[in-house]
Design a protein around this ligand. Sequence first.
Ligand code: MV4
Length: 501
Amino acid sequence: MIKKVLVANRGEIAVRIIRSCREMEIRTVAVYSDADRKALHVLYADEAYHIGPSPSVESYLNIENIIRAARLSGADAIHPGYGFLSENPEFPARCRQEGIIFIGPSPEAISMMGDKITARQMMIKAGVPVVPGTEGKIASEEQALKAIHEIGLPVMIKASAGGGGKGMRLVTNEKDIKPGLRSARSEALSAFGEDAVFIEKYISSPRHIEFQILADGHGNVLQLFERECSVQRRHQKIIEETPSPILSQERRQQMGDAAIAAARAVNYQGAGTVEFIVDKDLNYYFLEMNTRLQVEHPITERVVGVDLVKEQINIANGHPLQLKQEELKQHGHAIECRVYAEDPENNFMPAPGVVKHIDIPYGVGVRVDGSIYEGFEVPLYYDPLIAKLIVWGKDRQDAIERSKRALKEFKIAGVKNNLSFLERILQLDDFLSGNYTTHLIEENWDFLMQEDNCADHCEDIVIITAFMEYLHKIKKASPREMTAIKNNWKDYSRIRSVLKL
Ligand code: MV4
């Protein structure tokens, strides 16, 4: 039985994992780099070990340093979270050597799904639909040409070791094959140390819909329905929701069954996600399987009513799943908005800094998973995700209205962020209709980027905070006036009228 878990991660996911451990009366061990000495996950855990300098390769990606911390602390299990070492098969292999339980799938399952060509072949064998394309890797330009003649243009050249859009090239014209192959290969080689590529038919206006899986060591595999993840920009997801507004019960059932078949094909154990690409006619194709807990897992937790981290720990303990497929239902609607420390006005560059002020939204239907507090310096070394707003409503409309309300209450000063960008997305007709694709952001770019008088940048909040002080202490403003300003802090004209400026 697991008694002490080392969380090999940082930020909101480390805090989130620690919380479930605490509910299960499992002791927790945090690890941290130089930049994270004062990070929230360090404060939350029962103990914490320094694992190296700020750059990830020297700390959160350093297997030996993490194993050393596990031995020193006497942790009997390691939870990898997402990112970092979570999908590196060497990490669970090393844990196995040490007799430490890895809370996740086997290194074999991670390797099979990490190699997209192998995964494709296994899916074909398992009867899971894949995008029409080549059987194995492309050996020559001639072979590529032949494949393209069979598949028909346009096609995608994809790196076998790829993911997240790296080593991927769109080919719309035969003359682009040669440069496409070359650039996909060289990008893959430098990113993954391997240049194998394959070719798929290009799906032009797709949706990205993924299914949550839980599988135990006793042959039980469950699907916990879908998450719609099409609101993204440059392969960075921004908003996710469940249920998907476009799936019929019948299609949901088919895709759920396909996701279970995909997990069974690699003898999967733990929590995982099967990603599908869905075309205009709602044909669905396996894209890849993520062999980890995902950033957006809380919307599934809210709508299905499970704690996925607890399930992961129970599976790692060797227990059979207590949930039954027939009993799993989707209740209402959940939306996740990802809050990033980045500057929408400067090409969404990561924007580290000290959090000078933060108002976290509360109230009915609201969950915030975050890792920042007033005084914390968001480091520049890691992913700029600083908080996730997860909102539940009885239906999609309700969840959207609540999300808008919560976003209005959410204020962060000192660190540039995408809060008002998120608010804008929730106002898009294309989003409200539910009928959107992965092109939603680029197709609505002008509206999303327009200048307005409600910028949520840190300077503004600092100024407003100073204004409040001034109003209170110098102008002796009434509580009513103060509240009016605070509630309309984004509306400068209103502030002007209250202040009689
Ligand atoms: C595709 C595709 C269109 N056709 N494959 C992007 C990330 C990688 N995992 C697979 N991706 C895509 N594969 C075919 N055959 C379009 C994408 C794609 C995409 C997929 C899901 C979510 C967002 C995306 C953004 C751009 C491209």
